[in-house]
Write a protein that binds this ligand. Structure first.
Ligand code: COI
Length: 354
C-alpha cells in the first residue's frame, strides 16, 4: 500500500496478548489482534481515525444500530509470505464494496485514504499476528454502525467505522453438507442482498439452525419468488461443476459480488475452464446429480476460501457427491493461495504489499 499523509491517532498496547493465543488451534473469529481502529462520523464529517488497544466500547442503549440494524461490514485477509512480507488480497474490492453497501443502507461513504492508512498502520502494529504458513491469515473485519442515540426510525446522523482483525485458519475444517432452500429466502429483488448488510446474515441464522438440527451445515438459498434457482450460501458464493463446465449464478440485487467468486471466475478463464455465469436451476442440478453428471459443488468466500460440498438435501432427498480425482475446487483453492502467499507470479495484480 502507498503510504498516505493521513493523520491517525495511535495508542499502542502496553503488553501484547499474543503469547496467550494458541495459533495451532484457532477457532474462527474468537481471538483478536492487539489493536483496532475506529473513526467517528460527526456533524457530516469523518473524524481522525484512532488506533487503540482492542477492547470493549460503550454505546447508549438507544444507539440506532441496536434498533434498526443500520450496519454493514466487510471481510478481507492479510497473508504473510515466506520472507515475512504481508500481503492483502484485492483490498480495493473490499473498500469499494463497503461503500456500495453503505450507500444502500444510507450510511455515508468512508474516505479511501482513511481506510488504507488505517489498514497499513494496523498491519504494521499487529504484524506478528499474521502467521506464515499454508492456511494462516489475519482475517480483517471492517464495519460501520449507526451510533446516533434515538429510536426514531430514520437514518442516523452519527456513525462509527471500525476495523478489527483476528488470526484465522480454515473457516470450515471439513467438507460441508448443504440443503437447497425451499421455504425461506435470503434476499428479495430491490432489497439489500447484494450488500454486506449485517441483517442479511442475522436473518439466515434461524433457517440455518434448522438445517443444522438435521445434520447439515449450510443452506444454498434459492430466489425468493420461485425458489427454482440456486443463488448463494449463507457464508459464501457457490459453484457447480457439470462434466467439465463450471456454473455459478450471476450477481444481481440479491447476490453478493464476492471477491473470491470473481477471482475464481478469472482463474477458470486463465486455465481454459469453461465458466457459465447464468441462472442455476434446482431441477437441472438435481437431474445432473441423479445422472452422475454433477461432479462437484464448492463454496467460495473470503472466510471460507474454497470449501467442498460433499452432499445436498433437496425436497427430503439426500444426494451424495463423492470426492473425485483432480477436483476443480482443490485446484482453484491452491491457485488462489499460491497468489495470496506470494508463491507465484500474480498476473492480475491482485495482491498489495501491506
Ligand atoms: C467473509 O467471507 O468474509 C464473510 O463475510 C462471510 C462471513 C459470514 C464469515
Amino acid at each position: 500500500m502507498n503510504s498516505t499523509d493521513i493523520q491517525l491517532d495511535i495508542e499502542k498496547v502496553e503488553t501484547s496478548r499474543i503469547d496467550q493465543v494458541d495459533f495451532s488451534n484457532l477457532q474462527f473469529g474468537k481471538q483478536y489482534a492487539d489493536h483496532m481502529m475506529y473513526c467517528d462520523y460527526i456533524d457530516g464529517e469523518w473524524q481522525t481515525p484512532k488506533i487503540v488497544p482492542y477492547g470493549p466500547m460503550e454505546f447508549e442503549p438507544s444507539a440506532k444500530v441496536f434498533h434498526y440494524g443500520q450496519a454493514v461490514f466487510e471481510g478481507m485477509k492479510a497473508f504473510k509470505d515466506d520472507d515475512g512480507q504481508i500481503w492483502l488480497f484485492r483490498p480495493e474490492q473490499n473498500f469499494e464494496r463497503i461503500n456500495k453497501s453503505s450507500k444502500r443502507m444510507a450510511i455515508p461513504e468512508f474516505p479511501k485514504e482513511h481506510f488504507f492508512a488505517s489498514l497499513q498502520a494496523l498491519l504494521k502494529l499487529d504484524q506478528d499476528w499474521v502467521k506464515k504458513g499454508q492456511g494462516n491469515s489475519l482475517y480483517i473485519r471492517p464495519f460501520v454502525i449507526a451510533t446516533e442515540n434515538g429510536v426514531s426510525a430514520s437514518e442516523s446522523d452519527r456513525y462509527r467505522f471500525m476495523i478489527i482483525g483476528c488470526p484465522a485458519q480454515a473457516y470450515y475444517n471439513k467438507p460441508i453438507k448443504v440443503i437447497f432452500a425451499q421455504d425461506y429466502s435470503r434476499a428479495a429483488d430491490g432489497g439489500v442482498g447484494f450488500a454486506k448488510a449485517a441483517g442479511n446474515y442475522g436473518a439466515q441464522f434461524y433457517p440455518t439452525k434448522l438445517a443444522k438440527e438435521k445434520g447439515l451445515d449450510q443452506i444454498i438459498w434459492t430466489d425468493a419468488s420461485s425458489h427454482e434457482y440456486l443463488e448463494e450460501a449463507g457464508t459464501m458464493n457457490i459453484f457447480f461443476r457439470i462434466g467439465d463446465k463450471l456454473l455459478t449464478a450471476p450477481t444481481n440485487d440479491r447476490i453478493l459480488d464476492g471477491v473470491t467468486r470473481k477471482s475464481i471466475i478469472q482463474l477458470a478463464k486463465d486455465n481454459d475452464v469453461e465458466v457459465i455465469v447464468d441462472k442455476v436451476s434446482v431441477k437441472y442440478i438435481v437431474e445432473a446429480a441423479r445422472k452422475g453428471e454433477l461432479k462437484e459443488i464448492f463454496g467460495a468466500g473470503t472466510a471460507a476460501t474454497v470449501v467442498r460440498v460433499e452432499g445436498f438435501e433437496y425436497d427430503g432427498e439426500y444426494f451424495d457427491l463423492p470426492a473425485i480425482d483432480k477436483p476443480y475446487g482443490t485446484f482453484f483453492k491452491s491457485s488462489l493461495q499460491d497468489i495470496q502467499y506470494n508463491r507465484v507470479e500474480d498476473p492480475h495484480g491482485w495482491t498489495v504489499k501491506a
